[in-house]
Design a binder for this molecule. Structure first.
Ligand SMILES: [Zn+2]
Length: 170
């Protein structure tokens, strides 16, 4: 499924508001079936286990060979054990042997209600993305619906992030 440039809603740039980043994202998005990915994230959201926060999140992670892994948030009576939707999707993919990622779509909000706001990935999930994805090329889609969403390069959501490349320098 192709995406038209006109479908990209207004982005909110955080750290790197320049035309180069915007153009690069538009180019990267050509390889991302955005609506399909958001639909998959919505589907995953139905399986959220969130009896404590009652905030249900779904994520759909797209690999570079176009496989999609779904994740939902899975809470626990021992709150700290809770796992976010984004990390659920990553760990499913990684444990199946997939470690090249193109994009993730995330959608979340109060369980059983219409989604009114964007649900951005938490700091822990951003750091997990940093471990396995290129900060320049990995696309994060934060959606309210199939047609209302924002797109970011990972580096915009985790500016000056610390990742594997910081340890591999010679
Ligand atoms: Zn998280």
């Amino acid at each position: 499924m192709k995406i038209n440039e006109g479908e990209i809603v207004k982005r909110e740039f955080i750290s790197d508001d320049n035309e180069e980043t915007n153009n690069k994202l538009i180019a990267l998005l050509k390889a991302v079936p955005v609506r399909d990915l958001i639909m998959n994230a919505l589907r995953a959201r139905e399986h959220a286990y969130c009896p404590y926060s009652k905030f249900a999140v779904g994520a759909a992670l797209l690999t570079k060979d176009n496989k999609v892994f779904l994740g939902s948030n899975i809470e626990n009576a021992s709150y700290g054990v809770t796992n976010c939707a984004e990390r659920t999707a990553f760990y499913k993919a990684l444990s199946d042997g997939y470690n090249n990622f193109r994009a993730i779509a995330i959608i979340g909000g109060p369980e059983g209600k219409d989604i009114k706001d964007f649900a951005f990935p938490c700091g822990t999930c951003r750091q997990v993305m940093m471990e396995f994805c290129s900060p320049e090329d990995f696309v994060v889609i934060v959606a309210k619906s199939e047609s209302v969403y924002k797109v970011y390069a990972l580096k915009e959501l985790l500016p000056e992030g610390f990742g594997p490349s910081n340890l591999n320098k010679k």
